[in-house]
Write a protein that binds this ligand. Structure first.
Ligand code: GLU
Length: 433
């Protein structure tokens, strides 16, 4: 089983979704289930409603999963295993104050040493621990031997035992830390492969160490993905960036299929540029994803979105735009010359149906043209309509072109009217007003 393990602490962004998509594709390829684990143990950081929003996004992107669990529901297992570790003396209670821990951090930095706990509380006698009333955390003893593992992208990695922290597994308040809860749950749910951001490499080492201590010998494969940068900040994508939030992109009118396509393209050599996730399952290779950071650029996403809009069924597109006529879908596709999202298309098409009352410099021509069109017979072909207008009004050149474009589209430039007219000719009554 694979898992996607979001924290409900903020809006899901493109890098989070990329991890979810990769987990989904690989689970399908391996014919294994995908578990969604909401990592909600840090009550202070949780933001109400974000779990629902994440789950809605996953279903919007058709990321099928076998179940959803909330990590906090496993608290009793997390606590029970801590007690076993304490009994076996693999873990110890730590009474060190935040101030002391901060001092250790500063000292390590000054001496360019790894920031690891100095082990003081591991040396306390049972009696001292028993009699101590101070608040405590529980730490796992650091390993005696180096820890090595093979990452699916980064190859063989080895971490020195002396640099692996005696990390906290239980916080004040007896709730589990991220590293600990994550490692326990990966065992509980029989996870076979973990795909996540490379920021978690150091956590992986701690999580392997915990599993070793517990004696869990099933191998978990790891793939740590290089980070995704935001083209507009040049920095790693964060939950604070607005334009990389999935909800923002959807509200702006990007199609889920285009967003998913773009996220698989990022840092990847694909056999084609435009594809569905189902197609990607056929050829995607997680071990070939770039080990270099990639950059999310909304302008590149716009180009992919245009291609997905072009491929969409005309009637479906028209319905999304609030009509029920394939011609309006076709009209929207003509406007993809100058628009790239559903919202831009909606605005563009809405304008066509608005009143056209004044056109600077062509006020008389506009009036004449409107009267002429109101009485004009029905023409299939735009050239025939133009000929008729010229005959009836003697308007020509820019005195015909500019007011005619305005009256038909309420714009002063845009796609060829001969492409637009066939798609709006049945609506002239609503358009010419
Ligand atoms: N909860 C972490 C996150 O939201 C994921 C950690 C993991 O995949 O193990 O980024």
């Amino acid at each position: 089983m694979l898992r996607f393990a979001p924290s409900p602490t903020g809006d899901m962004h493109v890098a989070n979704l990329r991890v979810a998509i990769f987990n989904y594709i690989v689970a399908k390829q391996k014919n294994e289930d995908l578990l969604i684990r909401i990592e909600d143990t840090d009550k202070e950081k949780n933001v109400e409603g974000k779990d629902k929003s994440i789950l809605e996004i996953l279903s919007l992107f058709s990321i099928e999963h076998s179940s959803v669990i909330y990590q906090s529901e496993n608290l009793k297992y997390h606590q029970r295993i801590v007690m076993q570790l304490l009994t076996k003396k693999e873990a110890f209670s730590c009474f060190c104050s935040d101030e002391k821990l901060e001092e250790l951090k500063v000292e390590a930095k000054e001496n360019s040493k790894p920031d690891v706990y100095d082990g003081f509380c591991a040396t306390l006698s049972e009696e001292t621990v028993f009699n101590c009333n101070a608040p405590f955390t529980v730490r796992l003893k650091s390993p005696k031997e180096n820890i090595s593992f093979k990452d699916g992208l980064k190859g063989d990695l080895e971490y020195k035992a002396s640099e692996i922290d005696a990390f906290n597994i239980l916080k004040h308040g007896k709730t589990p830390t991220y590293d600990y809860a994550c490692a326990v749950d990966d065992m509980l749910y029989d996870i076979s492969m973990v795909i996540r951001d490379e920021d978690y490499l150091d956590n992986t080492v701690k999580q392997i160490h915990l599993r070793n201590i517990i004696g869990y010998d099933k191998k978990i494969d790891y793939v740590h993905l290089a980070g995704v940068l935001n083209a507009s900040t040049g920095k790693k994508i964060s939950q604070k960036d607005k334009e990389t939030s999935i909800n923002y992109l959807i509200q702006e009118g990007f199609l889920p299929s285009a967003i998913a396509n773009y996220l698989v393209l990022l840092g990847n050599k694909t056999p084609k540029e435009i594809f569905t996730l189902e197609e990607a399952i056929e050829w995607f290779d997680i071990t070939k994803v770039s080990t270099n950071q990639t950059t999310f650029d909304i302008n590149e996403l716009k180009l992919i979105n245009i291609k997905h809009l072009e491929l969409m069924d005309d009637l479906r597109l028209s319905k999304i735009l609030g009509f029920a006529d394939a011609d309006i879908g076709k009209l929207a596709k003509v406007y993809l010359e100058e628009s790239s999202t559903i919202n831009e298309l909606k605005t563009r098409i809405k304008v066509i149906f608005e009143e056209k009352t004044s056109l600077e410099g062509f006020q008389n021509e506009l009036k004449t043209l409107k009267e002429c069109l109101e009485n004009a017979p029905y023409y299939e072909d735009f050239n025939d309509l133009q000929k008729y207008i010229t005959k009836e009004t003697s308007l020509e050149g820019k005195f015909l072109d500019e007011p005619l474009r305005y009256v038909l589209t309420k714009a002063d430039n845009g796609p060829d009217l001969s492409k637009i007219y066939p798609l709006i000719k049945n609506y002239l009554g609503d358009i010419i007003k």
